[in-house]
Design a protein around this ligand. Structure first.
Ligand SMILES: *[C@@H]1O[C@H](CO)[C@@H](O)[C@H](O)[C@H]1NC(C)=O
Ligand SMILES: *[C@@H]1O[C@H](CO)[C@@H](O)[C@H](O)[C@H]1NC(C)=O
Length: 342
């Protein structure tokens, strides 16, 4: 009892503890909501992409510093200067020149950890020498959807406003072909179609080459265009579909990967697939007998979509920078041949 007067009552002690807790809580709150320090973002580093050999050209094009900004990609420098190998953020090797041995891999002077990109827009049927390229490349740039840098030949994009006018039609079916070989499926199909359907054939194979600017206006006058790929492979849907047919304003009759694969790229009713018919004769009579209302359905996509073509190698290479932050690190294509031929 004698000490009771000196020590604080339990009530007072409780109040003191409460005050302490409140003070701590207030300090914590102040700390939580302290003004964020002003962070000056580091200026984005410009990436250097070295193109070891320009595709299909011994003389690379001019690559002004705004090459990639024209395609909406900033901080990306493309160069073909081999002296920059040591400082390149990625080096691109286009397959054709490796295949023909016009270009050689600088394996001995490859900086440690430098990402190397294998690039090709050709199908596996026209790609050779992959067996010796295993364990070298980190990223693939191609038309295959599962590429690290996916660069389709074309794409449909949302579009508002009136569709471009349709040219007047003067014939049923056109085909442009420069490489005509009996073993190709497209040639076999054409030969089975021709007895039942008039197909106007243009191109070098037929002695009727079309100048670059004549092709689209010429094929646009037909209801259908034979978008027959030179070989049939997953995702291999080329300018024969995007440019010669869809962009021209004619309906593609496709021979390529299965229908479901095309439907990953375009509306199901934007094209005629040869697999939808039991025979070439059935296909021919369908094409010849189409009426105005069913034909119009094939063009309905034009009211809401438009074709965007990707034809420029610079644009494809700039895409490496656009995707650079998300590209997988430390990945190696140990068996590039198996991957590409799968
Ligand atoms: C290539 O790069 C080197 C090193 O930066 C430079 O000295 C040389 O002038 C460049 N060559 C060309 C053709 O631009
Ligand atoms: C047009 O063709 C479609 C499909 O073959 C058919 O269903 C439709 O009745 C035809 N329309 C006219 C007006 O002939």
């Amino acid at each position: 009892m004698g000490t009771a007067g000196c020590s604080p009552s339990p009530r007072l002690r409780a109040l003191g503890a409460l005050a302490g807790a409140t003070l701590l809580f207030t300090l914590w709150l102040l700390w939580q909501f302290r003004p964020a320090p002003v962070r000056v973002p580091a200026p984005p580093r410009t990436l250097l992409v070295l193109i070891w050999h320009w595709p299909f050209a011994d003389q690379p094009p001019e690559l002004p510093s705004n090459t990639c900004t024209r395609y909406g990609v900033a901080h990306c420098h493309l160069s073909t200067n081999h002296s920059l190998l040591a400082s390149a953020d990625a080096v691109v090797f286009h397959h054709r020149e490796l295949q023909t041995r016009r270009a050689h891999l600088p394996l001995a002077s490859r900086p440690r950890g430098q990402p190397w990109v294998w690039a090709s827009m050709e199908s596996p049927s026209h790609t050779h020498g992959l067996g010796r390229l295993g364990g070298i490349f980190n990223w693939v740039l191609s038309y295959r959807r599962d590429s690290d840098i996916f660069v389709p030949y074309g794409r449909l994009e949302p579009h508002e406003g009136p569709a471009p006018p349709l040219p007047a039609k003067k014939g049923v079916a056109a085909w442009v072909v420069s490489n005509f070989q009996a073993r190709q499926r497209r040639v076999q199909l054409y030969r089975r179609l021709a007895p039942h359907l008039r197909v106007d054939v243009f191109g070098r194979a037929n002695g009727k080459p079309l100048c670059a600017s004549c092709l689209l206006p010429t094929v646009a006058r037909y209801l259908f265009y034979l978008s027959f790929e030179n070989s049939q492979h997953r995702d291999y849907i080329t300018e024969k579909f995007w440019r010669n047919a869809l962009a021209a304003g004619t309906v593609p009759v496709v021979l390529g990967p299965p229908r479901a694969n095309y439907e990953a790229f375009a509306p199901a009713d934007a094209f005629v697939h040869v697999d939808d018919f039991g025979s070439a004769q059935e296909l021919a009579s369908f094409l010849a007998g189409v009426n105005a209302s069913s034909y119009r359905r094939y063009l309905a996509w034009r009211d809401r979509l438009r074709v965007r073509l990707f034809e420029d190698w610079s644009e494809r290479f700039c895409a490496i920078c656009a995707q650079y932050p998300h590209l997988p690190r430390g990945q190696v294509y140990w068996d590039l041949k198996a991957w590409f031929q799968a």
